[in-house]
Design a protein around this ligand. Sequence first.
Ligand SMILES: [Zn+2]
Length: 356
Amino acid sequence: MYFECINCNTCVDADITMSVCADCSYPLTISHKGNLASQSASPTVTLGEGGTKVIHLSKVAKLVGISKIYAKLENCNPTGSFKDRGSAALISAIKSAGIKSIVEDSSGNAGASVAAYSAATGIEAHIFVPENAPKAKIDQILVYGATVHKIPGPRDNAEKQAKQFVVEKQLFYASHNISPHFLDGTKSFGREVVGGFGAEMPDHIIIPVGNGSLLISTHLVLKELRLSGHIEKLPKLYAIQSDAIKPIVRELNGIEWRFNPNKTTSADGIASTNPPRIKQIIQAIKESKGDSISVTEDSIKRYRKILAQSEGIFMEPTSAVAFAGLETLVKNETIDARESVLIPITGSGLKSTTPI
Ligand SMILES: [Zn+2]
């Protein structure tokens, strides 16, 4: 197995102690060069993640005015979010390296997921979270027995403090945002989509994006499967963000945006002001001919309620961001009424105590 740096086009032998490029510090990606249809080995640590169902949302499709909306129920993963796909791969690699204690920083879902897989493997986990992360997410991490470090300020402060703790305590930094193993684990989402839809792939895939692991891995796996002849065309990929925190919209569309600590979002799962893999996010959007837009807090709230009350889907506000984005993309005719859309329900409603 190799690690590849897409920023400076270098390739090195895979090494669990390396997550970023030694030359340019960009997060590494597992390379499947020379074996394009290859799948990574099944994780040795599993809690039954993946294999999530896809359902058709006829009422929301009618409301928005398009042919078909499919939802992939990632909220049904073991800890209630798609992050379990990445955690299974990450903790499997950590276990096989004999590492006993790890440090992770997270807005909540990845922290809970890493805590669960660590608990099942007997690994001690320190999880750094923003102080204002939803109580339900922090409680979930605590129940799994991890040590929670609550850090004041924006999401990025938790990352800084985690890195400092790693140096001070000489522990392993198991950051899901930069880990090549975590990113590779989330590819199972894209493989399942291709396996389920076959030649009838949806025209568009709309994802709420913070640090972008699901968007990037979906793009990588779709490209691999197109090259190997499993699919003909790439669905267009969209990264939807909140109006409050939109570094990807800024990077892609050249708009003015600066982080304002007084402007918050209910979409806490994507509140990343400085995504480390932004280059891959932009590449995925451009190569698939998709886009990145942001949505209002009101529309996030509205779609969370609509999904629950018309389709019976209880999701966290972060997941509602994709539906709010879909509404805009249909209104501005980026998405045609005759086309089909796939949206992952990235996280369970039980993760958030935000009232409707
Ligand atoms: Zn590099």
